[in-house]
Design a protein. Structure first.
Length: 202
């Protein structure tokens, strides 16, 4: 009885796990404002981690040529992050911007709409500050079990008060429905569809 039950569990797990095709690095930087032309240290830490992750993918993954870096940031701020990545030698062609989401949950909402259409979705790396992991996990554990998506935490040396203020804007509110919206940025959706094609058999 145990063996039959265990076998059913294994088969169910295999059917729910999707093989990946390509890599999507999400560089998250909401709640920032371009008060100057210099990026704050905690954002530079995220960019450093993004750069390292990108080069790890280039060296170690057979589908490294199919990699996109997606900046999620305010439209007035995203250009600074993009320029920093370009200055570090990352090809502008693989850097894309999404300014629609206003927090982690909305970012993952858009991602959910994109991933569920694909038999072989990309492997996703979400880069934020280390304290965002609890927020990330609370959403991913209940909604992204069938995908390969992992959190990468960068250091954040800001004062506790500043971090707590930003954390309050990210913490999921009880009773809020996160996953009913549709991806609003159609241009971005079309671009990602081109890079990571949707399987028409679905």
């Amino acid at each position: 009885m145990y063996k039959k039950t265990h076998l059913k569990y294994v088969i169910k797990s295999l059917s729910e796990t999707r093989f990946t095709d390509g890599n999507l690095i999400i560089l998250y930087s909401i709640h920032e404002s371009p008060s100057s032309s210099e990026l704050p240290s905690h954002v530079l830490e995220r960019i450093n981690l993004c750069e390292r992750m990108y080069h790890v993918i280039l060296r170690s993954k057979p589908d490294a040529h199919k990699t996109i870096i997606l900046i999620i940031a305010d439209s007035l701020y995203s250009g600074l992050l993009k320029n920093e990545l370009i200055n570090r030698g990352i090809d502008e062609k693989i850097i894309k911007i999404d300014s629609e989401p206003k927090n982690v949950s909305q970012s993952l909402n858009s991602l959910d709409e994109f991933l569920k259409k694909r038999v072989n979705p990309p492997y996703v790396y979400f880069i934020g500050s280390v304290w965002m992991k609890d927020v990330f996990d609370s959403i991913v554990k209940s909604n992204f079990q069938q995908y390969r998506i992992q959190f990468e935490g960068a250091l954040d040396h800001r004062p506790v008060e500043e971090v707590e203020k930003e954390k309050s804007l990210e913490t999921p509110k009880k009773g809020t429905e996160y996953f009913k919206g549709k991806m609003k940025n159609k241009a971005l959706d079309m671009l990602l569809n081109y890079i990571f094609p949707e399987d028409k058999r679905l």
